[in-house]
Design a protein around this ligand. Structure first.
Ligand SMILES: Cc1ncc(COP(=O)(O)O)c(C=O)c1O
Length: 383
């Protein structure tokens, strides 16, 4: 896979290694957004059918990305909304505890912490191992060993959002199923940049904010809910999610039933005439690229950086347990984090600090030069 920088409009003088914070906008997505905005100059451009048709297309495209039917996909405004939908529908009569990993992203953490408190469940946090050696491997086996017949649900991110640790989703999903525990995954930091298969991994809910690796605009995302949620309780009662919604002249002939599958979980006004076309266009581009190719590109691109880091006393997760598009780097003790960050800022190298780690993230818009400038800057600090 070749570099795709030409499809973006990043300023030429910045080194953007921070897609985990927010993706840059594809030119094609920007064009779709502008056209969508202009469409509302004249409301006769928007027909009743338009309230539903693009949503179907977008759900189907997201379904292709994660391997599920479009009927099991819902359009959400934020990960917090998608997580709340799944969590409020967890079974109250199975299991005494819920498992999370340490330093989980707050949108999921606050929701499950509150649900556990209100429903008399014990929230067990599987802490990251203190020792750095084989950390990813040990962390994964700790998670797996805690899933048992008393587990109500496992609620976690697909990769760790601060350091890119890969979680063994297939094995965790398998163990959840064997113990009748639900498996709720926040895919925001990997879906779009890394392959995922909700069927193969036996995931019950996969929630994704759209503005990072799905490369969409802010305030719209997608979620998959397995059939086990099909009779659940939505957060709100939008008219658009009822079975008669497409018949605009009969909306007050109220009906009890929802649109099938996960249709009841769409956010109100899910047709979002500006943001939805943009998110859909972004997913179409991702499907063309293929997330496996994005991982391979990022892996190859970051190789010289990884070599440098290993040779110079930095710590990063072992390759087997490290996402290729995003990882956290711990600095050697002699490097002053603040000074380094200042220098990176001066050189317009954009990264994030999450916890104790400097988080670097890559995509097809990054070049060998971006990597080299980062290496050169780090080199000045290890001397
Ligand atoms: C793992 C993860 N989930 C979700 C989000 C965003 O959450 P929300 O859409 O609730 O703002 C982020 C943002 O950094 C994230 O890293």
């Amino acid at each position: 896979m070749k570099n795709q920088k030409h499809l973006f409009q990043l300023p030429s003088d910045i080194h953007y290694l921070n897609g985990a914070y927010m993706s840059p906008l594809l030119k094609s997505v920007e064009e779709v957004g502008i056209a969508a905005l202009i469409q509302k100059r004249n409301p006769t451009n928007i027909s009743p059918a338009d309230f539903f048709s693009l949503a179907e297309v977008a759900k189907s495209n997201f379904g292709k990305l994660v391997n599920c039917p479009s009927t099991q996909v819902a359009i959400i405004p934020a990960a917090s909304y998608g997580m709340a939908t799944a969590i409020q529908n967890l079974p109250k009569d199975h299991g005494g505890h819920v498992l999370v990993v340490s330093d989980e992203f707050p949108s999921g953490y606050y929701t499950i912490e509150k649900w556990c408190r209100e429903n008399g469940k014990n929230l067990k946090v599987i802490e990251v191992p203190k020792a750095l050696e084989n950390r990813g491997k040990i962390w994964n086996s700790k998670i797996l060993s805690h899933i048992n017949e008393d587990t109500c649900a496992v609620v976690m991110s697909s990769i760790h959002w601060t350091n890119g640790t890969l979680f063994q989703l297939k094995e965790i999903g398998e163990k959840c199923k064997a113990n009748q525990a639900l498996f709720i995954v926040d895919g925001t930091q990997s879906v779009g940049a890394m392959p995922i298969d909700v069927m193969d991994y036996q995931i019950d809910a996969l929630v994704c904010a759209g503005y990072k690796w799905l490369m969409g605009p802010y305030s719209i995302g997608m979620a998959y809910y397995s059939a086990s949620f099909n009779e659940g309780n939505p957060l709100e009662e939008s008219w658009m999610n009822r079975s008669n919604a497409q018949n605009f002249s009969a909306l007050t002939q109220y009906v009890d039933d929802y649109t099938p599958g996960a249709g009841r979980y769409n956010v109100g006004e899910f047709s979002n005439f500006t943001l939805l076309p943009m998110l859909n266009a972004a997913i179409v581009q991702i499907l063309k690229w293929d997330p496996a190719n994005i991982q391979a590109y990022c892996h190859q691109l970051s190789e010289p950086l990884i070599k440098f880091l290993k040779e110079n006393g930095f710590w990063l997760e072992e390759e087997e347990f490290r996402a290729k598009h995003l990882f956290g780097v711990l600095l050697p003790v002699n490097i002053h984090q603040e000074k380094l960050l200042k220098k990176l800022q001066e050189r317009k190298i954009f990264v994030s600090v999450r916890g104790k780690a400097i988080r670097v993230s890559f995509h097809l818009y990054n070049t060998e030069e971006d990597i080299q400038v980062l290496i050169d800057t780090l080199e000045e600090f290890v001397k």
